[in-house]
Write a protein that binds this ligand. Structure first.
Ligand code: 3AM
Length: 208
């Protein structure tokens, strides 16, 4: 019996697949305000793994394993959706712990203004990508079973789960800005934290 498996992609002369996700980039004034609001939490919880400023974003879809030739194909599929999006005003609202109701490993900032539009966009993106997942293939991309919660991951747990006091839990963090760019990133997991590299991006056109 012969085997048709010929080893990992890079040994077959193909580029190894990427790990990708699509995210909204955050305006720098929003990040500045958000960082000021988070400063007391950062000081109190040096054990959390705080997201470095350059890695802050709002994930719309995690695609995971993605063949290199599909990067342009996915751009063509997503551009018609992104072309319809105007610059989006957003406002921070509330802290989230994920998973909810269980020991938390992620601390995230939620959205008030802009949240509903972003959820609709994320749903439309999922609907556009799901029919392609088998053909591309995107083996990690599956239908989400929970409603999309727009959020910005600000910290992950270190050695211990994330626990906040009731006062910290209700800390009001105000940050406002206008989102103007959506970026398709590759993510390389490294010991010091993930390294995100933009593969392509789309700037929203027109007035909000
Ligand atoms: O920006 P956030 O934290 O919402 O959690 C990862 C991050 O989202 C998420 O993709 C974003 C960029 O890494 N992510 C990583 N692995 C994932 C997985 N297996 C995942 N999302 C869903 N399933």
């Amino acid at each position: 019996m012969s085997s048709v498996w010929s080893g990992p992609a890079e040994h077959r002369g193909e580029k190894a697949p990427l790990r990708t996700f699509l995210a909204l980039e955050l305006p720098s004034d929003f990040i500045d305000e958000m960082e000021r609001g988070l400063a007391p939490l950062k000081a109190a919880h040096e054990d959390f793994r705080w997201t470095p400023r350059t890695n802050l974003h709002l994930t719309l879809a995690f695609l995971g394993t993605t063949p290199v030739p599909a990067v342009d194909q996915l751009r063509e599929v997503l551009l018609p959706l992104l072309r319809e999006v105007k610059p989006m005003p957003i406002a921070a609202e509330g802290l989230h712990l994920f998973p909810p109701r269980r020991p938390a490993s992620v601390l995230a900032l939620g959205l008030g203004a802009g949240g509903a539009d972003i959820s609709r966009l994320a749903t439309a993106i999922e609907e556009a990508l799901l029919p392609l997942a088998q053909a591309v293939p995107l083996p990690d991309f599956r239908p989400s079973h929970r409603p999309f919660v727009p959020h910005i991951t600000v910290a992950r747990s270190g050695r211990f789960y994330i626990v906040l006091s009731p006062e910290e839990r209700h800390l009001r963090i105000s940050a406002q800005g206008i989102v103007t760019r959506c970026t398709f990133f590759s993510s390389v997991l490294q010991r010091g934290g993930p390294v995100y590299t933009p593969l392509w991006w789309w700037d929203f056109l027109g007035k909000q």
